[in-house]
Design a protein around this ligand. Sequence first.
Ligand code: ADP
Ligand code: MG
Length: 338
Amino acid sequence: MSGIQVMPLSLSNQIAAGEVVERPASVVKELVENALDAGASQIDIRVEEAGLLKIEVTDNGTGISSDQVELAFERHATSKLHEKDDLFRIRSLGFRGEALPSIASVSELTIETSTGKAAGVHLKVKGGEIIAQSAAASRQGTTIVVEHLFYNTPARLKYIKTTQTEMAHISDLINRFSFAHPSVAFRLLSDGNPVLRTAGNGDLRQAIAGVYGVSTAKKMVKISAENFNYQIEGFISTPDITRASNKYITLVINHRVIRNFRLSRAVERGYGSKLMVNRRPIAIVHITTDPLLLDVNVHPTKQEVRISDEDELAELITQAVRESIQTSERIPKALDNM
Ligand code: ADP
Ligand code: MG
């Protein structure tokens, strides 16, 4: 033992990566969130061997200026949050300034980015160290390529499941992103094969059709409700279209996909006794609220959030579902709101 020492940065980044970067899908999530925060309207995701060999995300967002790009790889460096109070009114998906340094510490990463106003920059980072930098084209946007994920963390690599499981996580993730951001055109390719392509025309029902098929999307009914604190919009399946798991319920709050068991249950409760035992609906529920009512700083992956008055929101969701199911039973299918 040699006494207490501050650990080298590359090691502390690797430790942070343990929380943020659980599997290839976590990398995809962070890169796509950055693209969305950069205002991209087109995001292409290409993965090879379910992301274990390669993950490439290209966006047409703002880009990073060449004098700032190195900063993006420093821990706690962010353009999204500057002062203490900002933490209570977060509108961006990211704010911790941890994703890029974490990912770069457990992979070989290259970034090519340009603001479109000047020459772009190309940077190569290996195990957290910048190993090459050069000028690049000035097309506005960013491409990040992550290769050999977990090459220097053998324990994490062992924990990774089959490529099939890892690909299922990635595909599920992009499906949900397409529901949360119907005005963004997403394209997902796996080993060169198209998996998902969305139009990005802002139409949620079309985004649903891209994932669950046109006939299912056509049969889904609108929900809509609001009270003083929350506004709800979305689509739910009628009781005759069900699935065996609740992972077909997507909850989106202020454009962030969240996991929340109680709110998923609230959706199901709206069906009353109309669902068969062990069957679950398909639902995409968009919730809008004042960021002050949300605490997104609960977990590094930000999929769990604390919601003020969660019971009140749950009740609003249940009511909204109940009403649209009742309406759909009164109105013949031909008049449905397609
Ligand atoms: P955070 O998203 O929490 O700010 P990240 O480590 O994910 O932290 O990214 C660091 C910074 O790099 C961001 O704040 C942003 O300014 C910049 N950045 C990352 N990815 C992109 C991108 N695709 N387009 C534009 N800027 C980006
Ligand atoms: Mg980020």
